[in-house]
Design a binder for this molecule. Structure first.
Ligand code: ZN
Length: 271
């Protein structure tokens, strides 16, 4: 504590009448130097893909990286508004490797990798937009979440993914189950899948999840996902869930119990 602050508190204790005594602990906390106060959780936000290899291409020809960056920035704003600390990973879109992403997140309590979904090539239909020959698919829409059982804290990863899924659905966002045919569910209702081999998740030394915000090959959903108001609303829901998960969430089971066996839906399932 600084000399000035401790002098102030000493004179406060000496001169404080009964009515202001309850305030002393609060004033003591305010006067403490920052490193002595409990630090708020640090969240690493990874912008998926790069400028050079931008991931999927939207129905209107825009690279996925740009969608990831926009939503990632909105999430950073929403988390900081709640008092959480944020570190951006791959902010300039030039990160050198997949392994560099979790390495850059070292020290964070959660790594969130932001992505946008596509559909498989055989489902694409051709269309022309502003003179360009492009492709689209309007049959699939919605968000989904992924965790890895090769991450050292699968239970907390699942908890944070579930919290996000639950909060978004409560706000009216609808998940997709298009990934349920290939990726087993950790939580079917909340569209949380296992994707053990994802480098960004399995190399992370902290809980980690990958968020697919929506399907940018869908012409209507692409417009929503590109809308700053929609991004801010989605980011707000994610931030509420992340804050709850990190500050008061307790995983329901130990890690072994949280990991359910893979159960894939029947071949006719999915949407
Ligand atoms: Zn992606």
């Amino acid at each position: 504590m600084t000399t000035m602050a401790s002098g102030f508190l000493t004179s406060l204790r000496a001169g404080c009448a009964g009515f202001c005594r309850p305030l002393i602990p609060l004033l003591t906390l305010i006067c403490l130097p920052l490193p002595l106060q409990a630090a708020s959780p640090l969240v690493a936000i990874d912008f998926g893909h790069t400028l050079a290899a931008h991931g999927a291409t939207s129905a209107r020809g825009r690279g996925e990286f740009h969608f990831n960056r926009d939503l990632g920035k909105a999430l950073a704003v929403a988390l900081r508004k709640r008092g959480l600390r944020v570190r951006i990973v791959n902010g300039d879109g030039r990160i050198e490797s997949l392994q560099a992403r979790p390495a850059a997140a070292e020290g964070a309590e959660l790594l969130v990798s932001i992505h946008h979904d596509s559909v498989s090539a055989q489902l694409l239909k051709a269309w022309e937009w502003q003179g360009r020959q492009l492709d689209y698919n309007d049959d699939y829409a919605g968000h989904s979440l992924f965790v890895s059982r090769d991450n050292p804290d699968t239970a907390r990863s699942i908890l944070c993914a579930r919290a996000i899924g639950a909060r978004l659905q409560r706000m009216g966002f609808v998940p997709t189950h298009k990934n349920g045919l290939l990726r087993a569910y950790a939580d079917r209702e909340l569209a949380v899948h296992y994707y053990d081999g994802l480098a960004v998740l399995r190399h992370a030394r902290m809980p980690a999840l990958l968020f697919e915000a929506g399907v940018i090959k869908n012409r209507d959903e692409e417009l929503l996902l590109a809308d700053p108001a929609y991004q801010a609303k989605m980011a707000d829901g994610m931030a509420t869930a992340i804050a709850a998960c990190l500050q008061s969430g307790v995983p329901a089971d130990d890690e072994a119990g949280a990991d359910r066996p893979d159960v894939l839906p029947p071949a006719t399932g999915g949407d």
